[in-house]
Design a protein around this ligand. Structure first.
Ligand SMILES: C[S@@+](CC[C@H](N)C(=O)[O-])C[C@H]1O[C@@H](n2cnc3c(N)ncnc32)[C@H](O)[C@@H]1O
Length: 389
């Protein structure tokens, strides 16, 4: 395929993936080992048109509502459908009609084979998850754009649709997954893309994203190459910028679940490889004092969380109830000792807590100033002691 710069990156992506939905294009993805058990019931046509670089579906749980960004012919959605089971739901979003056609045609076959129907595919751009492109298409079919005035009217219609009939509702999804798509979004839209992922997730939800990243910035000349762009190279973020983009959008607990040691491709000395990143939503909100403390158990001398709490190994640090709860679950669970006060504080009596500085909590605050008990020795080595060989 010839480079056709300076075509818009998005139009080259649409035409390349429209063609790849009709005839499989080899080498448009990295080889990925999916769980064979889930592939058995997926039609061959879907598997042949696999353009992924990782497998975010392996991090899903039964019952979850999942949104797959850039769902292509539907492979990750059809795997996810089996992982989340009949009580879960899966929504695939793609902007390319030919991809949606393959995915939708195969969905009833998958539903018949698994015995339930929990997958649907919607047309939209992943950086604009409010706008349902099929509803807009229908409106524009009836009232085509033929002048500046009708163009402006279409723009206000789109704005209204985002509010009144969003493609994906705010805080409606447990997990956003994506497989090799974020890099394809144009540079000026990437910030909006991460904001949209954040918007649609429920508080406590998470993103699990497999994508291609570079070990260096991609120079302008490569970014102008539309073939390299649609081939998942030119739009790849530098790996540290990729993680920072989640941070900037408001996520916490961001971590690399997988990073391929071997690059998928090297272009002009820049290595492009697949990573899978997990990021959580839910650190926002008010902070209340409930007399709780945490102790960071190591191995690092000190850690800094996404809210700015700096915790020295072994130190008993006062935290608000929100932080206490965040530390009790993924991805922090197991890294902290969680210390509840001897006398619980009722939530309606809790005062605001200042989370902007690190405060050491004296054990007396936890136990109570008047605590003056003496006890006989207990059996201190319980069988569940951590770290035991
Ligand atoms: C590399 S393929 C990956 C497909 C699928 N995730 C897989 O694992 O096979 C990229 C897909 O994302 C879609 N896509 C690219 N940019 C998009 C955007 N901005 N909004 C919605 N879909 C997009 C393309 O149409 C294509 O189906």
């Amino acid at each position: 395929m010839q480079s056709t710069a300076p075509r818009s990156a998005e139009s080259s992506v649409t035409s390349r993936y429209a063609a790849a939905a009709k005839v499989p294009e080899a080498a448009l993805c990295c080889p990925v080992e999916y769980n064979r058990e889930y592939l058995r019931i997926i039609p061959q046509e879907v598997i042949e048109k696999d353009y992924g670089c990782g497998d975010p579906s392996r991090y899903l749980k039964p019952g979850e509502t999942v949104l797959d960004l850039g769902s292509g012919t539907g492979k990750i959605c059809f795997i996810a459908a089996q992982v989340v089971g009949p009580k879960g739901r899966v929504i695939g979003v793609d902007m390319t009609d030919d991809m949606l056609e393959v995915a939708r045609r195969n969905a009833p076959l998958v539903a018949a084979r698994v015995g339930y129907d929990n997958v649907e595919f919607r047309k939209g751009r992943i950086q604009d998850l409010g706008l349902n492109l099929e509803v807009l298409d229908a409106e524009l079919g009836a009232n085509p754009i033929s002048s500046a005035n009708t163009f402006l009217r279409a723009q206000s219609l789109a704005a209204e649709l985002r509010l009144t009939n969003p493609l994906v509702e705010t805080e409606s999804v447990d997990v956003v997954v994506s497989n090799c798509v974020l890099n394809l979004v144009e540079s000026q839209d990437k910030r909006q893309l991460f904001k949209e992922i954040f918007r649609v997730l429920r508080i406590g939800g998470r993103a699990v994203i497999s994508d291609i990243v570079g070990d260096e910035d991609v120079p302008d000349a490569l970014q102008q190459d539309s073939t390299l762009w649609s081939g998942c190279i030119s739009g790849a973020l530098r790996e540290d910028h990729f993680l920072k983009a989640f941070e900037d959008a408001g996520f916490y607990g961001i971590r690399l679940l997988k990073r391929d040691a071997q690059p998928w491709q090297t272009v002009e000395g820049i290595e492009f490889r697949s990573v899978t990143v997990e990021a959580f939503k839910g650190k926002q909100g008010d902070c209340f004092e409930m007399n709780q403390a945490v102790i960071y158990s190591g191995p690092f001398r000190e850690v800094l969380d996404d809210d700015g709490h700096r915790l020295r190994r072994g130190a008993r640090v006062a935290v608000c109830d929100k932080t206490f709860k965040l530390y009790s679950k993924a991805p922090y669970a197991g890294h902290f000792e969680l210390i509840e006060p001897r006398v619980p504080v009722r939530s309606e009596e809790a005062h605001p807590f200042d989370c902007s500085r690190t405060q050491i909590r004296h054990p007396r605050e936890t136990k109570g100033m008047a605590y003056n008990v003496s006890t006989a020795p207990t059996q201190c080595c319980d069988s569940g002691e951590r770290g035991r060989a």
